[in-house]
Design a protein around this ligand. Sequence first.
Ligand SMILES: Nc1ncnc2c1ncn2[C@@H]1O[C@H](COP(=O)(O)OP(=O)(O)OP(=O)(O)O)[C@@H](O)[C@H]1O
Length: 251
Amino acid sequence: MDVGSKSENILEIKNLNVSYGDKKILNNISLNIKKNTITSIVGPSGCGKSTLLKSINAMLKEEEDAKVEGDILFNGININNMDLDEVRKNIGIVFQSPAPFPLSIIKNMTYALKYHGIKDKNTLEKKVVDTLEICGLYDEVQSDLNKSALRLSGGQQQRLCIARALTINPKVLLLDEPCSALDVKNTEKIENLLMRLSSEYTIVIVTHNLSQAKKISKYCAFMMEGEIIEYGEDIFSNPLDNRTLEYLRGC
Ligand SMILES: Nc1ncnc2c1ncn2[C@@H]1O[C@H](COP(=O)(O)OP(=O)(O)OP(=O)(O)O)[C@@H](O)[C@H]1O
């Protein structure tokens, strides 16, 4: 199912099939992700949401028994034909549990920049401050930049992980249940941050929180048993498939 014009699609997933050994996980997924929007992916536990995110980030290349077939195009280029570093530079990922490196806040923030060859101290410093500010974290951490990131609260750690992913200017940010370990207040901060970021970044978020998906995403994909059952702008208000209706009931 496609929505909108093709040029708006930053990601085009075509006939994606993923298996682990003999077990089929994703079954012929085709999905277009619109640029500078938030797309949520919802569905019952085990339906393959995380596997889909990992496929987009080319992470399954590192999993020995994963077999991937089909195409994922980033800005029209097949990610299989891109250098892995280039894929990861353009498509960042943030996981469920806040996972800063066990290093200082500043080292967390400069890690990827240094990996990509940026050494100039002023450039690094400016990028760190600017990105922490964008993520609403600078005021909270400015006097602790050299202290361990593990001293931060869970919510701050997750915002740091988002900020860390943004330092190298990805075009797409994938988030796998980023708020599931957070309380309501911290969840709200992340939701507001993602809504702010969506004018500049394309965001794909996996969430079990249907109110969150409804609140922050423009497009939503409902998955079941490795398939996209329904995808579009108004699946909350007007679900077309009974399975979607059943899953979203009460939301
Ligand atoms: N490395 C792996 N090896 C074998 N099977 C795996 C592996 N990773 C995931 N799976 C299986 O793939 C299926 C889909 O898992 P996935 O994590 O993508 O689902 P999910 O929809 O994100 O689930 P949840 O909502 O519970 O996080 C599950 O049956 C899981 O056991």
